[in-house]
Design a protein around this ligand. Structure first.
Ligand code: PEP
Ligand code: MN
Length: 362
């Protein structure tokens, strides 16, 4: 993070009447960790203004040091980006689709790639319905080691074929830092799943990659922790990060998770990163998906990620929450109608698809 020469990043308030020797020791200790320290005289006490590299200082309990009354953090090192920094705000392009910047993006596909024929069939349906990108899992992070783990590397040529046949950009999840390079050769965007939001080796590896990343929120993670995870990727040099809210655990939830739609406006205030919502994992039940997807659009999401399966009851993972292609076809124009009602314009959805909706209930 660039140091701001004018405003301090942190203020350390010293105890009143602190002896000069103790004050000097505090100052020297702060400087040894990398801060530039200036002393400000108050009526009864002194304040230390810290500039420079304060990230390391934030992990030290300075407020517990003898002679320190209070510590105030002003600059947020997690916010590596500044909304008015043009370099950081460069549009994220995924297979010809602009993400964010007023555009709305629909990512759809099955939870897992099960076989080639089915993947191509589902991809054809979601593309015709207006999806902008296809997502299908090759490597699946399953709660049980006995559950279907995905086809792994055998799914990669299938994803490639989907791209060739439909023209849709491909998103797939990466679980292991050692797979980043290999999967990047096929995928246009890499998903970091909820369980791996705290996998710092993976995040660091993705910071070195030149493939955009869809970073899902850990299901028990605060917004600050989520932003710090994004920071790992951004600070490594990869500025193409899209955040995806996917539901968080809550003691009072009527299902496993509650979709935190309030996170959208908070994140819009705090970062320039595009915010997507995954109403499929955020609800766990297909009948709850359309209303949550619509609510996400109304709340200002830059895109949604929706699981679609042509035979949900046969799906090898997440069948309960998968929309059928027919349900998805009905939902897409509804999402765009909400965008239009809110005066949001974008160019990625053709009027033709809106016009072709049957409007029937499925
Ligand atoms: C998924 O996208 O299929 C998935 C496993 O999601 P999450 O990481 O949000 O649970
Ligand atoms: Mn899934």
């Amino acid at each position: 993070m660039e140091s701001n020469p004018f405003n301090p990043e942190m203020i350390v308030i010293l105890a009143p009447g602190l002896p000069a020797t103790r004050r000097r020791r505090i100052r020297e200790r702060l400087e040894s960790v990398g801060a530039t320290v200036s002393v400000v005289d108050g009526a009864e006490r002194q304040y230390l203004e810290l500039r420079g590299e304060i990230a390391a200082l934030q992990t030290i309990a300075i407020d517990g040091w003898p002679g320190v009354d209070k510590v105030i953090v002003l600059g947020e090192s997690a916010m590596h980006w500044a909304p008015d920094d043009e370099a950081d705000c460069a549009p994220i392009q995924v297979a010809g689709q602009t993400i964010g910047q007023g555009e709305f993006t629909i990512i759809a596909g099955p939870c897992a790639i099960e076989d080639e024929e089915r993947a191509l069939r589902i991809a054809g349906r979601v593309e015709a319905a207006g999806a902008n990108l296809f997502r299908g899992g090759a490597y699946k992070p399953r709660t049980s080691p006995y559950a279907f783990q995905g086809l792994g590397k055998d799914a990669l040529p299938i994803l490639e074929k989907v791209r060739n046949q439909t023209g849709l950009g491909i998103i797939t999840e990466v679980l292991d830092p050692r797979d980043v390079e290999r999967i990047s050769q096929v995928a246009d965007m890499l998903q970091v799943g909820s369980r791996n939001m705290h996998n710092y080796s993976l995040l660091k590896e993705l910071g070195q990659a030149s493939t955009p990343v869809l970073l899902k929120r850990g299901f028990s993670s605060t917004i600050d922790e989520w932003l710090m995870a994004a920071e790992y990727i951004l600070s490594g040099g990869n500025s193409m990060v899209v955040l995806c809210e996917r539901g968080i655990r809550c003691a009072a939830a009527s299902r496993k998770v509650v979709l935190d739609l309030g996170a959208i406006s908070e994140l819009k205030k705090r970062t320039h990163l595009p915010i997507f919502v995954d109403p499929s994992h955020g609800s766990g039940e297909a009948y709850r998906v359309p209303s949550l997807a619509k609510a996400a659009v109304a709340a200002g999401a830059d895109g949604v990620l929706i699981e679609v399966h042509d035979q949900p009851s046969e799906a090898l993972s997440d069948g309960r929450q998968a929309l059928t292609p027919e349900q998805f076809e009905k939902l897409v124009p509804e999402l765009y109608s909400i965008r239009t009602a809110l005066g949001e314009t974008g160019t990625q959805f053709s009027e033709q698809v809106v016009g072709s909706s049957s409007g029937e209930d499925h």
